[in-house]
Write a protein that binds this ligand. Structure first.
Ligand code: SAM
Length: 244
């Protein structure tokens, strides 16, 4: 249950350096200090901090297919998978460690991707500050078919306001599902939210991330094998209106 989930009080309290060690501020300072041959004490904040912020979140990342496909395509952007199931999160974390080790002498070594356990329906603004993210992926979210279960869906008017808060204007929310009813629900809820506008078909189909989302997620592959349909919709975070 959520009682066992650990949340930072705010984004600055989060120990990002354990997830992205190659981007650790402390490590960078240590290297500088070694170079100037003096010892400096490191404060607690810099031990936890990283040199750039996470920019992309894959919400309900499952086994991480999207993360591993996207990360090498955006090697300078920090990508975070968020997953509620403990064993699944651990599997992805283990795979990240293995990919980093296997590629440690390569030009690219998966340092820009991480995964943590979280219930994103509850504490998203604890992890990300206002306007931090440029992309959010909602790939094959659990459909929660029954009417009385709709409140468990990860798209709702309230949750869309949280996505709007953590996203920068111009940023994109990517959605994909094989459940047409859920697709309509997501389109409806984002379109009626004042902070989002739907991305046009042409722009959507030209976006490399849409291709990755269709083909590289575990669920996307499953739907492919079963020759099912995939419904895609993307939404742009609008500029804030002047009165806000
Ligand atoms: N995105 C992956 C894909 O496309 O292959 C996995 C899709 S799977 C159907 C939905 C995932 O969302 C599951 O792994 C589930 O544990 C996770 N999930 C559901 N509710 C969540 C929540 N509130 N916070 C984080 N993850 C959640």
């Amino acid at each position: 249950s959520d009682h066992t989930l650990a949340y930072p009080k705010s984004p600055v309290d989060m120990n990002w350096a354990t997830h992205y060690p190659a981007y650790s501020v402390a490590q960078e300072k240590e290297a500088e200090n070694a170079a100037d041959d003096e010892s400096h004490d490191q404060d607690q904040t810099s031990i936890k901090a990283i040199t750039k912020n996470v920019e992309i979140a894959d919400i309900g990342c499952g086994f991480g297919g999207l993360l591993f496909a996207l990360a090498p395509k955006l090697p300078d952007t920090l990508i975070l998978g968020m997953e509620i199931r403990t064993s699944v999160t651990e599997y992805v974390q283990e795979k990240i460690r293995a990919m980093r080790a296997q590629n440690s002498s390569s030009a690219y070594s998966y340092q820009n991707v991480a995964c943590l356990r979280a219930n994103t329906m509850k504490f998203l603004p604890n992890f990300f500050s206002k306007a931090q993210l440029s992309k959010i992926f909602l790939c094959f979210p659990d459909p929660h078919f029954k009417q009385r279960k709709h409140k468990a869906r990860i798209v709702s008017y309230t949750l869309n306001s949280e996505y709007a808060y953590v996203m920068r204007p111009g940023g994109i929310v990517y959605t994909i599902t094989d459940v047409e009813d859920l697709h309509k629900w997501m389109v409806d809820h984002f379109e009626k939210h004042p902070s989002f506008e739907r991305v046009g078909e042409e722009e959507q189909e030209a976006d490399e991330c849409v291709k990755v989302m269709r083909t590289e997620t575990e669920e996307g592959k499953k739907v492919e094998r079963n020759k099912g349909l995939k419904f895609v919709a993307c939404f742009r975070r609008c500029e804030n209106p002047p009165w806000r």
